[in-house]
Ligand binder design. Structure first.
Ligand SMILES: [Zn+2]
Length: 482
């Protein structure tokens, strides 16, 4: 029941998973020798976003009361902190604050997908252990097509939040089974291929667990036999054909693209740092273009989430070379999505949002143990910038967000909170305003003219979704939300 006058026919949300503000700076310095040269730097709306979860518990705590937040006065506290934070000098009280109360990708993905803060581990589930309607559900209900594309396993937390519902992100088999059997997404693309290892080498699966990212052995056999809604593709040539329009598929066909790697496009390969990339892997940008070609067949429009999923993994590993590689791959993907919009759609009908789900690594300048909040140091184009890492985990940092197209002005309107400490990073040209990750859901829904159908009361939403899911289970048809 899309509002006929809804401005945004299409919404494309691009998420560089686990990219601290310093990660974006570092990649731009390496890529261009300066900031401001990325395709999305010209977007009309830019600012910051908070990402904290409702609770850091890994299971529901059955309350709406959150004990976490983002407090600028604690963030910018440059008082020395004694001792160590794991293997890292504690350095400053502000760093200690930013390393605490952190979200995981499941709670962060759920906040973006449903507008509801929840516990870490939740895949579009609330803190009472009930499923939530996601923007993926609402988009499909409005007649739009849904797509999720990632450089990591397609049943991983971020894509899962937009196309599945589960109490735990670790139930990969349950999540991927739901994604396949519901048929809700018209395009699903990512890693997790049971026949290939992290280096893209063929392997014979030896246990049922090897099939966990693709619905389990039985469901995957059904996929390969053509007994599901999906056309299965896995070769680089097939992804290329989908992107350049030579892949033949019928109207209404759905694509399940699982490129030939169990782990990631590139980041999970042997070794560390840049160089010696795997061959025979598609580019993330090619996958996104192919997804757009499929989704745009739907006259009612589409919602597409594209994730640079392994930026986060490179950050966990504190691998500077590889995180720059991954962030550049993401940046190139945004550029090709922008090209696609300008060639095949327009900024009158397509909203594009670029962001991350949370920081990771607390990426700062080379001397940031003694110089509080020292910015990343530019060493020029093609040179690894000066950085230091201050955690091997996620952070509570504000993260950047950019938007262009119908509804982007709503994002600017929602950014009513101010963090004066961001004046330290004036060189980014991103201002000092921020919104919360849950605001992004509401902006996207309003942009698509769907805010009238969104159930804003969390408990009511959970009940509605639970009833619909129960109904769907009993008829084993597509999930239809009343
Ligand atoms: Zn994440």
């Amino acid at each position: 029941m899309a509002d006929e006058k809804a401005a945004a026919k299409n919404v494309i949300l691009l998420i560089s998973d686990g990219a601290s503000p310093g990660t974006w700076d570092a990649a731009s310095y390496y890529q261009h020798g300066e900031l401001g040269e990325q395709a999305y730097d010209s977007f009309s709306t830019k600012g910051y976003m908070s990402t904290y979860p409702l609770t850091t518990s890994s299971t529901p705590t059955n309350t709406l009361e959150g004990e976490l937040g983002y407090d600028p006065t604690q963030v910018w506290n440059a008082a020395p902190a004694k001792g160590m934070f794991g293997n890292y000098p504690a350095a400053f009280e502000g760093y200690e604050y930013l390393r605490s109360g952190i979200t995981d990708s499941a709670a962060a993905g759920t906040a973006l997908a449903t507008g509801v803060k929840t516990y870490n581990n939740a895949i579009s589930y609330d803190n009472f252990g009930q499923p939530l309607m996601s923007i993926g559900d609402y988009a499909v209900e409005s007649g739009r097509a849904l797509g999720v594309v990632t450089s990591v396993q397609w049943s991983h937390a971020t894509p899962a939040s937009f196309a599945a519902h589960n109490a735990s992100r670790n139930d990969y088999e349950g999540i991927s089974k739901e994604m396949i059997e519901s048929g809700k997404a018209s395009v699903i693309m990512g890693a997790g291929h049971p026949f290939y290892d992290a280096d893209g080498e063929f392997r014979i699966p030896t246990s049922a667990g090897d099939y966990r990212y693709v619905g389990g052995a039985e469901t995957f056999a059904e996929v390969l036999s053509g007994n599901t809604d999906y056309t299965f593709i896995d070769s680089e040539a097939q992804f290329e054909a989908l992107a350049n329009g030579t892949f033949s598929f019928g109207e209404g066909d759905k694509i399940l693209g699982t490129f030939r790697n169990g782990s990631t496009l590139q980041q999970g390969r042997e070794g560390t740092g840049m160089g010696d990339q795997l061959v025979n892997m598609p580019e993330l940008s090619i996958m996104a273009e192919g997804a757009l070609n499929v989704l745009s067949q739907d006259d009612d429009g589409f919602f597409l989430m594209v994730e640079g999923g392994a930026v986060d993994w490179a950050a966990h590993a504190n691998d500077t070379g590889r995180i720059i590689e991954e962030q550049i791959s993401f940046n190139e993907t945004v550029a090709s999505v922008i090209d696609w919009v300008e060639a095949n759609s327009s900024w009158e009908e397509t909203l594009v949002i670029v962001t991350t789900d949370h920081g990771n690594g607390l990426v700062l300048g080379p001397n940031a143990v003694t110089v509080p909040f020292q910015p990343v140091q530019n060493n020029g184009q093609g040179e690894i910038p000066g950085v230091s890492w201050h955690t091997g985990n996620h952070t509570n940092e504000l993260v950047p967000i950019w938007a262009e197209g119908p509804g982007s002005e709503l994002l600017a309107e929602a950014a009513t909170m101010i963090d004066p400490g961001l004046a330290n990073y004036e060189y980014r040209g991103m201002g000092e305003n921020y919104l919360d990750n849950t605001d992004v859901f509401h902006v996207m829904m309003r942009a698509m003219g769907l805010d009238n159908v969104a159930v804003t009361d969390e408990v009511a939403a959970a009940e509605t979704a639970a009833i619909a899911l129960a109904g769907a289970a009993s008829t084993s048809s597509d999930l239809v939300f009343a």
